[in-house]
Design a protein around this ligand. Structure first.
Ligand code: SF4
Length: 209
């Protein structure tokens, strides 16, 4: 099988993986302190640094079609998947046509990046969004996520509220256990619950998985 460029897995046997991951971009408007792209080049042998950002839908679908066993695809990589909204939408629509489950792991800034509310464009083709809440308030969010957008925390929460409103399964996550900060997990959970999202704590892992 040809080496993957966009498709990877965290399972040992990618050929028979139930869940595949798609890495669409290395662009991201944040610079989180826990982001593994600063320290780790590959995930289970797949190089996560894309040679070019210039590719199209067919390149990704052709690669996905090399795999037969998967039931779910997660858009998640060394960048923010909604930076590539058009490609994501086309690939997700294809996957829904194939009866696969679609999840997007996002920093929640897809509206700001694309300059519009993207929910009407994704609500029928995305089953689950996992949004990086990262902190219980904007001050700590700035320290942890180092966003380029000033209003990133508010925009991320607004996006999560819209996802809930559009009936997408919405999970808000924090990364706990990083040596550079301490989180008030109860306060984080309260933010997610006020939005109506599920809350998940991910323990920080140096290699990411
Ligand atoms: S939002 Fe994700 S890709 Fe972007 S810096 Fe943070 S962890 Fe890395």
């Amino acid at each position: 099988m040809a080496m993957s460029k966009y498709v990877y897995s965290i399972e040992d046997d990618i050929e028979h993986a139930k869940v595949l991951y798609v890495n669409l971009t290395n662009k991201c408007p944040n610079n989180c302190v826990f982001c593994i792209r600063k320290t780790v080049d590959n995930i289970k042998g797949t190089d996560m640094h894309l040679e070019t950002e210039d590719f199209d839908v067919k390149d990704v679908i052709d690669e996905l079609n090399n795999y037969k066993n998967f039931e779910e695809v997660v858009f998640c990589g060394y960048g923010e998947p909604f930076e590539k909204l058009d490609i994501l939408k086309a690939v997700a629509a294809y996957l829904k046509y194939k009866n696969k489950k679609v999840r997007v792991n996002t920093n929640g800034l897809g509206n700001v990046i694309n300059g519009r509310c993207i929910l009407p464009e994704i609500s029928n083709i995305v089953d689950v969004v996992s949004i990086s809440l990262n902190a219980p308030n904007k001050e700590q969010y700035k320290e942890i996520s180092k966003p380029t957008y000033d209003n990133a925390y508010e925009e991320m929460k607004k996006f999560a509220t819209q996802c809930v409103g559009y009936d997408i399964d919405t999970i808000m996550t924090v990364v706990n256990g990083h040596p550079d900060y301490t989180l008030d997990l109860e306060a984080c959970e309260k933010v997610a619950s006020e939005i109506g999202a599920d809350f998940r704590v991910r323990e920080w892992l140096e290699k990411g998985y």
